[in-house]
Design a protein around this ligand. Structure first.
Ligand code: FAD
Length: 481
């Protein structure tokens, strides 16, 4: 039989579950990727993720060609194109890795139908998680809504069977090159309607090779992850989020390595594994509650909250987006995401809390902003993170816990290194006042060459007052809960 491997968010050869299945099941396997107009049309014309994908496809195509295959890349509506290709290539089955995002599931259902019409099977398998959907449930057969017992059950279930890689290389003989009339280089960004971004100057490595290089670099420092990961000025995290998102690394390799090092006594590896388990936790939460992707709170009583709205609220939101809140750690964090598409995890928590609990704005506004700006945007984790911060989520921060943006700054950027990197106008302020420039004396401000309100904004809200307003706003939840 002949098969079609449809790459989506799994842009690698090694340890690719669907590719392994296709190569084992078929004598000949042709590979395709579709720049799906249904997804791309909604994006801004300069988008680092599209460029990341494009660069990774060039690498994938080169690697596939070296193995006797190659990649057909199309710019089309996936559901039309897959069925059309299946027909012209005369394949009996299409293979792909599962994506549980509601839009992706709806698309796959339509593709399944279109393929069924031409007598072709769509075969979708698990690849991007260690455990997904109903694989880890409570004793009572319910999905977990609290992380710690979920993690315990995850760790009790995991073994070599779930962590071992799919030996794709043993079967690559079945890779077939695209027929001559389908052979073409990967289209340029311009050809699919996009402009180049600053991805190259950020030195974000792309493709499976880039992912492997980042992972090797991280494994060298993984033992320090538990102590370093909370300090945004330190190279503590792995920066692998974008590679996990687009499958240029394999989760089995990541989790397998972390699991082994953790059993050998690395506290850093154990903590990192825990973060990967959070990823699975949010995947399964979304699979069980797809309504959260349509704006619903995980805890329905939180939908009774009335958020600050109107013109003033819009102004506050614009200041948050542009990093003009007057709170240096928040503004530096927003500069980080705006310039690079990355934001450190501690800062994601700080700015999300600031949006909901200092500015009183609807978390969905922040969620949407992150969704367009994060290179590693993952619907499940982003929604989970925002609902954690707004307290409406599964295993969320209690509503009465409100981060103090100044204290967070003093604790996690004690020397103001991160702030100085992104807000050079504050660079000359003393460590004592850099976290809250409005507390500096006129002499200190002058010595630092800083005029508040001119070079850097005065705070747009007073944290103590905002805290009181937030507790009142959340009172409707307390009454119901
Ligand atoms: P590392 O610290 O090296 O972690 C390794 C990997 O573990 C990450 O790449 C990610 O896949 C996973 N991970 C780590 N923390 C979490 C977590 N809390 N929840 C789920 N998975 C986690 N993560 C995303 O991948 N995409 C998002 O869109 C996203 N949005 C977020 C929004 C908010 C408001 C918050 C508070 C967190 C969000 N996170 C998101 C989780 C986390 O901040 C990022 O995964 C992490 O910062 C990515 O950087 P890294 O790869 O260097 O992480």
């Amino acid at each position: 039989p002949k098969g079609l491997m449809w790459f989506r968010r799994d842009l690698r050869i090694d340890d690719n579950a669907a590719l392994w299945q296709a190569l084992r099941a078929c004598r000949q396997v042709v590979c395709v990727f579709i720049f799906d107009k249904a997804i791309l049309d909604a994006l801004p014309r300069a988008d680092r993720r599209v460029e990341f994908i494009r660069e990774s496809l060039v690498a994938l195509d080169t690697e596939l060609r070296a193995l006797g295959g190659g990649l057909i890349v199309r710019h089309a509506v996936a559901e039309d194109e897959i069925a059309a290709l299946a027909k012209t290539l005369d394949v009996q089955a299409v293979f792909a890795n599962r994506d549980d995002e509601p839009d992706a599931m709806a698309r796959d259902a339509r593709v399944f139908g279109a393929l069924a019409d031409v007598g072709v099977l769509l075969n979708v398998v698990k690849d991007k998680a260690i455990f997904e959907r109903d694989e880890v449930l409570t004793q009572a057969g319910q999905p977990y809504t609290v992380f710690t017992p979920y993690k315990r059950a995850w760790l009790a279930k995991v073994d070599d069977f779930y962590l071992k890689p799919y030996p794709v290389r043993a079967y690559v003989d079945a890779l077939a090159p695209p027929p001559a009339d389908h052979r073409a280089p990967v289209p340029t960004l311009e050809a699919i309607g996009f402009k180049p971004t600053n991805l190259a100057s950020l030195e974000i490595p792309t493709g499976a090779q880039g992912g492997a290089a980042l992972f090797d670099d991280f494994v060298e420092r993984i033992d320090r992850y538990d102590t370093a990961r909370d300090f945004p000025a330190v190279r503590g995290p792995s920066y692998l989020g974008v590679h996990l998102r687009f499958g240029t690394v394999s989760i089995r390799q990541m989790a397998g390595t972390a699991h082994r090092l953790s059993r050998e006594g690395s506290a850093g590896a154990a903590t990192w594994l825990s973060e990967l388990i959070w990823r699975d936790f949010y995947f399964q939460a979304l699979a069980h509650r797809p309504d959260v992707a349509r704006g619903k709170s995980f805890k329905p009583e939180y939908d009774k909250i009335i958020w600050h709205h109107g013109k003033h609220a819009d102004g506050l939101f614009a200041a948050w987006c542009q990093g003009r809140t007057g709170y240096p750690l928040v503004d530096a964090a927003m500069a980080q995401i705006n310039q690079s598409g990355y934001m450190h995890n501690r800062l994601r928590m700080v700015v999300a809390s600031f949006l909901c609990k200092d500015l009183g704005l609807d978390w969905r506004r922040g969620e949407a902003y992150f969704a367009t700006h994060l290179n590693d945007f993952e619907l499940s984790s982003n929604n989970g993170g925002w609902q954690w911060a707004s307290s409406s989520g599964c295993d969320a921060q209690p509503y009465f816990r409100i981060f103090n943006p100044v204290t967070q700054s003093e604790r996690f950027d004690p020397e103001g290194k991160f702030i100085r990197r992104y807000l050079p106008q504050l660079a000359k302020l003393d460590n004592k006042v850099i976290h809250a420039p409005w507390t500096a004396t006129p002499v200190e401000l002058e010595a630092a060459g800083l005029k508040l309100g001119e070079h850097y904004p005065k705070p747009i809200v007073d944290h103590a007052e905002a805290r009181e307003r937030t507790l009142q706003r959340y009172a409707v939840v307390r009454k119901v809960a």
